[in-house]
Design a protein around this ligand. Structure first.
Ligand code: AMP
Length: 211
């Protein structure tokens, strides 16, 4: 066997080992579903790198970048930031993060176009999305949670019921189709997102540990 073939086999093998150890997870659900809270716990348990596009935009805004002020206009209205802006930012974040145990994507992808772009980005790195965890929470509970969070979080988009309802409508129209995208790849897992934080966390872990 030529040395070149041996090298090719070695690269293939090391990529499969990497895939086996990588836990790239999409944590999905409407605003107020508990993605941020559960992410914190999942990161600790599975040693993941957190990519929350909402947090990245808020960081940009507080650092006074152009990207931050562009995103703020959409965020204030409860609308989505354009796909190319979001995907560019995620691309940069993935590529500037050293290889670890995997990423947990929180609040991303929010459109089918973003999901397709994420698959392409991860394909280039040879570690695909392993699973999508979708937190299921009734609308009235979401509104109560967000209004409650708005009292202390300082997030203006959480302080106005009308804006919250707009965000939920945007989720239903533009983001829910992303669930079907992952369903067609056999990666969708729906988890009831109501109950004690610990109970919901256990549900998420049991899906991840059983795979
Ligand atoms: P979040 O912190 O995930 O609730 O996001 C807050 C706001 O940031 C959203 O209402 C959108 O305006 C914007 N945003 C966050 N992530 C995305 C995304 N993946 N695509 C488009 N807009 C986003």
């Amino acid at each position: 066997m030529a040395l070149e073939d041996i090298i090719k086999i070695f690269i293939k093998l090391s990529n499969s080992i990497k895939i086996y150890h990588m836990n790239n997870i999409v944590l999905f659900g409407p605003p107020g579903a508990g993605k941020g809270t559960q992410s914190e716990r999942l990161i600790e348990r599975y040693h993941l790198t957190h990519i929350s596009t909402g947090d990245l935009f808020r960081n940009h805004f507080s650092e006074g970048t152009k990207l931050g002020s562009l995103a703020k206009k959409y965020m204030d209205e409860g609308h989505l930031v354009p796909d190319e802006v979001v995907v560019g930012m995620v691309d940069e974040k993935i590529n500037s993060t050293p290889d670890g145990s995997g990423f947990i994507f929180d609040g991303f992808p929010r459109t089918v176009h973003q999901a397709e772009a994420l698959d392409k980005l991860l394909k280039a790195k040879s570690f695909p999305i392993r699973t999508m965890l979708m937190l299921d929470v009734p609308e009235e509970e979401l509104i109560n949670r967000l209004l409650e969070r708005g009292k202390t979080s300082g997030r203006t988009d959480d302080q106005n019921e009308e804006k919250i309802r707009t965000r939920i409508r945007v989720y239903e129209k533009e983001t829910l189709p992303v669930a079907n995208y992952y369903k067609s790849q056999g990666k969708l897992n729906k988890i009831p997102g109501v109950g004690k934080i610990d109970e919901i966390f256990k549900r998420l872990c049991s899906v991840l540990d059983s795979e």
